[in-house]
Design a protein around this ligand. Structure first.
Ligand SMILES: [Zn+2]
Length: 59
């Protein structure tokens, strides 16, 4: 059985993903659009570097 060498957890279990998603949602809830965008970019970048297999391939 081959296992990929991933030292990162799944996005669902990743505290960084969770924190970024939560903060982005809170920013949107308070209509803080620039902050929401910032966190969305941070999440994209984090997915890109930490969970490349889970990165959304299209937008
Ligand atoms: Zn993550």
């Amino acid at each position: 059985m081959t296992s990929q060498t991933t030292d990162a957890p799944e996005p669902d279990a990743c505290p960084t993903c969770h924190a970024l998603t939560t903060t982005e949602r809170q920013a949107r809830a308070t209509h803080d659009h620039s902050r929401a965008t910032d966190y969305r970019i941070l999440l994209r970048r984090h997915l890109d570097t930490t969970h490349p297999a889970h990165r959304p391939t299209r937008l």
